[in-house]
Design a protein around this ligand. Structure first.
Ligand code: ZN
Ligand code: ZN
Length: 320
């Protein structure tokens, strides 16, 4: 139904094209790549999709930590925070075809804190229900196998009902091939080389950052970590560094008991500015932001006070 009978359809179409052009230009200038633009071909090249930028705080706008590196349409996930599968489905409906839920076949876990792994049962079972027909390939620290074994045991009833009941289910999609890793090159295929970097994160014996190298980009993702030389060395002018951060001003308002924990486990805005100045990424993306009352703009300003490179504060479903 034409709502504007007085305006010729050709003129309307022209206006729409002009407005669309302005919008796309604005998005391209501010957000690197945009949020799921239909004009970007996500089936080739390397695209970074922030699925969850949250922390243990149950922020409804920030799902638990999870990042997707999509290379030639194949998704490689880092971490499985709560909400990971729903966010992948949202990215898919935004136009990132590779994040179709049944395509979620590889995940690289940084460490076994609950905020990074509560989405693991979801990532194991939901894609299977939606017809992923091969096992999930999981790379992670020592302890990953025990965690997966316990999840499989907890859901034995569901697995049995789907395999032996009336629901059509394939025989392999719920399985997980667990690869417990050491630092170094841990995975390679026709799309990516993935290197695990050991980082320090409080009392965790095993915590990793990951470096993804594809034909067109190098992306480093910190996971949870204090400032780490391995990240500086392996970014070394990389295309994108996705790094966790907490607000220095917020930190100063925290209880001393929590200050002791955070300073031994995470990276402050001041420390991140210093680290990024040496790692020199083309783009620094903040994620896993701990604000503690600081606004997003103030957090960015804290980083920019000591760092003159390009930096953005990431939000769920941003694409870079
Ligand atoms: Zn965390
Ligand atoms: Zn952690």
């Amino acid at each position: 139904m034409n709502q504007h009978p007085a305006i010729p359809p050709g003129l309307l179409r022209m206006w729409r094209e002009i407005l669309g052009g302005i919008l796309l230009f604005t998005v391209a200038c501010t957000a690197g790549e945009s949020e799921g633009s239909p004009d970007i071909d996500y089936s080739t090249g390397t695209h970074l999709v922030l699925l969850g930028t949250g922390t243990p705080n149950a922020d409804p706008d920030r799902s638990g930590p999870a990042v997707a590196v999509v290379v030639n349409g194949v998704p490689y996930l880092v971490d499985a925070g709560p909400g990971v599968v729903r966010r992948a489905a949202a990215a898919h409906s935004m136009g990132v075809e590779g994040l179709r839920v049944s395509n979620l076949g590889h995940v690289f876990i940084t460490h076994l804190h609950s905020d990074h792994t509560l989405g693991l049962p979801d990532l194991i079972f939901t894609p299977w229900v939606l017809e992923r027909d091969r096992p999930l390939e999981l790379f992670g620290p020592t302890g990953s196998r025990a965690m997966v074994d316990h999840i499989q045991a907890a859901y034995a009833g569901d697995i049995g009902a789907r395999l032996d009941g009336l629901e059509p289910a394939n025989p392999d999609g719920y399985k997980v091939n667990v690869h417990e890793i050491e630092p170094g090159l841990i995975y390679q295929d026709e799309n990516v080389k993935v290197t695990a970097l050991r980082v320090t994160h409080g009392s965790w014996e095993d915590a990793f950052a990951y470096r993804f190298e594809s034909a067109d980009r190098v992306i480093v993702i910190s996971g949870d970590a204090v400032p780490s030389e391995a990240i500086v060395e392996h970014c070394a002018g990389c295309d994108v560094l996705v790094h966790e951060v907490y607000s220095q001003a917020g930190f100063e308002r925290r209880d001393p008991v929590w200050q002791r924990y955070h300073s031994s486990s995470h990276t402050s805005s001041v420390q991140l500015a210093e680290l990024a100045s040496r790692a020199r990424p083309q783009l620094l993306v903040l994620y896993h932001q701990l604000f503690w009352g600081t606004t997003e703009e103030e957090l960015l300003a804290e980083v920019k006070a000591g760092y003159d490179g390009a930096v953005v504060s990431g939000n769920d479903l941003d694409v870079y």
